[in-house]
Write a protein that binds this ligand. Structure first.
Ligand SMILES: *Cc1c(COP(=O)(O)O)cnc(C)c1O
Length: 490
């Protein structure tokens, strides 16, 4: 039975998967949910997954994590619905995340062919189906509230859109959204989706979401952010698929991975896949100028900074919320030590492994993580280099370019190195133009003329930069939607 504990719960109470998925964060302790025991695949099982379609690998993996919370046939239905041909038109033999070779030995795992052009679709598409299933079981509605600087917004909304038992309000900053991303979200406004544009920056949106979640009135709202275990669990299957494609059927062969990282959700899913027995060798973290995770891996010091705006904006973080789950394992799954460690970080802004009697190179030496930093100049140069090397065909987005930059530095002879593609370049016209000197013509009908088709301004509600202003809009819209009773604890 797959059960979950919170990283900060000294009583170590165990909960089912449904609780972790509906709650997001452990409200009683502020900790994150992790499996009490990580399930393991035998080598024979992994071998049997070679060449299997995504839906099969997803269903097999996810049923181990969901335990009794969701019947296997429902997981299978959710997978078929999420990873359909309509959502992933470029799937090859049922594999929605094909592997492309960029340069000899350097590969790109295509994670971003979904409806919003983001790897976040991989996990957010099934999340809508799962939450809808849980709410149908207890005959309740679930209202959700989130903040986005772009990718989570459109991806989360496309998953929740039209689902009878779910309602989602998404805050986005008035300043700082790319026109493409506003248009994507604008196209989804209406029905059970409410877009609110806040007079401020992304940090303001996050601050407002946090403030509202602390109130009785909005405390029960669900979350779509990446600390939700349901999202992490849904990212594990593509790591398995990526490994199986890169090892070319020889399960056991070492394969290295490079992950463009922000909140450490994607990388954590890789760590979980490895803990399940997938022979992933190094997990290499690529950061942009916001190099919190690089410093952690290289020096053992987890140090918060003010984030700076870069040309790979989805990785602009000052701390990495999902790292707490890895730290829990490093500290031998002792909630008391974990609380002391995170407490030191929260109050002093930094914490070192040596403060806890561990070597500062712990993540490299004992967990086979590595890291590298890619800057604006690096990503521009890499985008151009890959374009030229492909005979003027392949364009990668700025985040994926950070991974490829680091992969070129870290590649070792004879070991395939897989870069995770986290977005499509179509979302980042300005940077692509800076790198290549022009913006390639859009070929995907889903994205051609998107900004002209949707007048995003019209579909967003405007809010002053304060929790009260957003609360007023939420009350008004919830009443309009007829949502007098919403949300249940899982
Ligand atoms: C969300 C996102 C990331 C960061 O992923 P994490 O799981 O938070 O590490 C990287 N690149 C893109 C394009 C993203 O949207």
């Amino acid at each position: 039975m797959s059960m979950y504990v919170s990283t900060r719960d000294t009583a170590e109470q165990a909960y089912p998967y449904s609780h972790a998925a509906v709650e997001g964060l452990d409200r009683d302790t502020g900790g994150l949910f992790v499996p009490r025991l990580t399930p393991v695949f035998s080598e024979a099982t992994l071998q049997s997954f070679v060449d299997q379609p995504t839906v099969t690998i997803f269903t097999e993996t996810k049923s181990l994590f969901a335990g009794d919370s969701i019947p296997t046939d429902v997981i299978h239905r959710i997978a078929e619905e999420s990873y359909s041909k309509a959502n992933f038109p470029y799937a090859e033999n049922g594999i929605i995340t094909p592997l492309d070779e960029l340069q000899p030995g350097i590969y790109k795992l295509r994670l971003s062919d979904g409806p919003t052009g983001s790897f976040k679709d991989q996990a957010l598409l099934p999340l809508g189906g799962e939450l809808d299933f849980f709410m149908a079981k207890i005959r309740r509605m679930m209202a959700m509230l989130g903040g986005t600087s772009g990718d989570t917004g459109s991806s989360g909304e496309s998953s929740i859109k039209g689902r009878e038992r779910l309602w989602l309000a998404m805050l986005s900053p008035k300043n700082g959204m790319a026109p493409f991303q506003s248009a994507q979200m604008g196209a989804l406004s209406g029905g059970n989706i409410l877009n609110i544009s806040v007079e401020g920056a992304f940090d303001d949106c996050q601050r407002i979401v946090k403030a509202l979640k602390r109130t009785d009135e909005f405390g029960g709202f669900g979350a779509v952010n990446s600390i939700n275990w349901a999202r992490i669990a849904s990212q594990v299957p593509y790591w398995i698929s990526g490994y199986l494609q890169a090892c070319e059927g020889e399960v056991g062969k070492p394969v290295d991975f490079v992950v463009p990282s922000g909140n450490f959700g994607n990388a954590l899913a890789g760590y979980i896949a490895r803990s399940m027995g997938v022979p992933i060798r190094r997990i290499i973290i690529a950061t942009n100028e916001n190099s919190v995770l690089d410093e952690l891996i290289q020096t053992g010091n987890y140090r918060r900074r003010d984030s700076q705006i870069t040309s790979s904006p989805s990785m602009d973080i000052g701390e990495a919320s999902n790292y707490e789950r890895l730290a829990f394992d490093v500290l031998e799954r002792d909630p008391t030590r974990l609380k002391a460690y995170m407490g030191k970080f929260a109050t002093g802004g930094e914490v070192r492994f040596e403060d806890f009697g561990l070597p500062n190179n712990y993540l490299q030496k004992f967990m086979n993580f590595d890291s590298g930093v890619s800057t604006h100049q690096d990503r521009l140069a890499t985008i151009l280099e890959i374009f030229k090397a492909s005979g003027n065909k392949t364009v990668i987005d700025p985040h994926t370019a950070d991974a490829v930059t680091v992969a070129m530095r870290k590649q070792q002879h004879g070991v395939p190195i897989v870069c995770l593609e986290t977005a499509l370049p179509v979302k980042f016209d300005a940077t692509i133009k800076e790198a290549l000197g022009f913006v390639p013509k859009r070929t995907d009908p889903r994205f051609i003329g998107l900004e002209e088709r949707v007048d995003a301004e019209q579909t967003f509600r405007r809010a002053e930069n304060s929790p009260e202003a957003v609360a007023d809009i939420l009350r008004e819209e919830l009443a309009l939607a007829g949502l007098s009773s919403y949300v249940a604890r899982g």
